[in-house]
Design a protein around this ligand. Structure first.
Ligand code: NDP
Length: 248
């Protein structure tokens, strides 16, 4: 992973399962890494754990679903760190239910946090990237945005929408040294997935040709590659990392 030393990376939801692995990977590559958070107590625990492991991560409070919050966060981060070179739009939530039972609140929450957030956050940093003629925007989408998923009309729509955003912004910024890509993970062995009953989890694993869940570090490795100079020719792509569960 060349060319990352000294770059500033912002990871939304960096305190979560996949986000933590992304923060660690980018820090190991020499980036100054800042994560957003919502839950203050959890963020403080995370920071203490990471500090003990030798990482000096920045933390900034922000509800990525709120444009005003993102604007304030952007002003703070831009002032404190001199802009963001690598933006990883990773924060996400699910609120599952079959379409007939899905409420407007479930729909809006998932679209706001997973999709509107990509607009809200990217908007704060794209001018800075254009000014430096260098930037990386990496959007963490999902296999379920590629293939759809029973009980997830909201999440599948939001995650598919993220990739539409990716392709359009990639075209608008390619000549300016900025790449914009999506990563679509399959089932990753985060706390959330490991909390699923073992029997159900085994049924999920049975559908994955490689025969196991993915590791957060495997998604982080892809982020690191896309962020680096080695990934400079990749833009507008949606890279699947799903153990062969969905091939397209
Ligand atoms: P986690 O639940 O572990 O982490 C999600 C993160 O998003 C948390 O840090 C959380 O912060 C943050 N977040 C939630 N709501 C908001 C908000 N309104 N504003 C700011 N931050 C928010 O999830 P994962 O690590 O598993 O998932 C990371 C990404 O990967 C998500 O986008 C998810 O959709 C995607 N993904 C995950 C897969 C998996 O198998 N785990 C598979 C495919 C895609 P806080 O804790 O402070 O609330």
């Amino acid at each position: 992973m060349s060319g990352l030393n000294g770059k500033v990376a912002l990871v939304t939801g960096g305190t979560g399962g996949i986000g933590s692995a992304i923060c660690v990977k980018l820090a190991q590559a020499g980036c100054k890494v800042v994560s957003t958070y919502v839950d203050e107590a959890q963020a403080n625990d995370w920071k203490a754990k990471m500090t003990a492991a030798g990482y000096d991560f920045g933390l900034v409070k922000c509800d990525v679903g709120s444009f005003d919050d993102c604007k304030a966060m952007g002003e703070k981060v831009n002032a404190e760190y001199g802009g963001v070179d690598i933006l990883v739009n990773n924060a996400g939530i699910t609120k599952d239910g079959t379409f007939r039972k899905m409420s407007g609140d479930q729909w809006n929450a998932v679209l706001t946090v997973n999709l509107d957030s990509v607009f809200n956050v990217t908007k704060q940093f794209i001018d800075g990237m254009l000014g430096k003629s260098w930037g990386r925007v990496i959007n963490i989408s999902s296999i379920n945005g590629q293939k759809g998923q029973f009980g997830q009309t909201n999440y599948s729509a939001a995650k598919a929408g993220m990739h539409g955003f990716t392709m359009a912004l990639a075209q608008e910024t390619a000549k300016k040294g900025i790449t914009v890509n999506s990563i679509s993970p399959g089932y990753i062995g985060t706390e959330m997935v490991m909390a699923i009953a073992e029997e159900v989890r085994n049924q999920i694993i049975a559908q994955i040709p490689v025969g196991r869940l993915g590791k957060p570090e495997e998604i982080a490795a892809l982020v690191g590659f896309l962020a680096s100079e080695d990934g400079a020719f990749i833009t507008g792509a949606n890279i699947a990392a799903n153990g062969g569960q969905h091939m397209c």
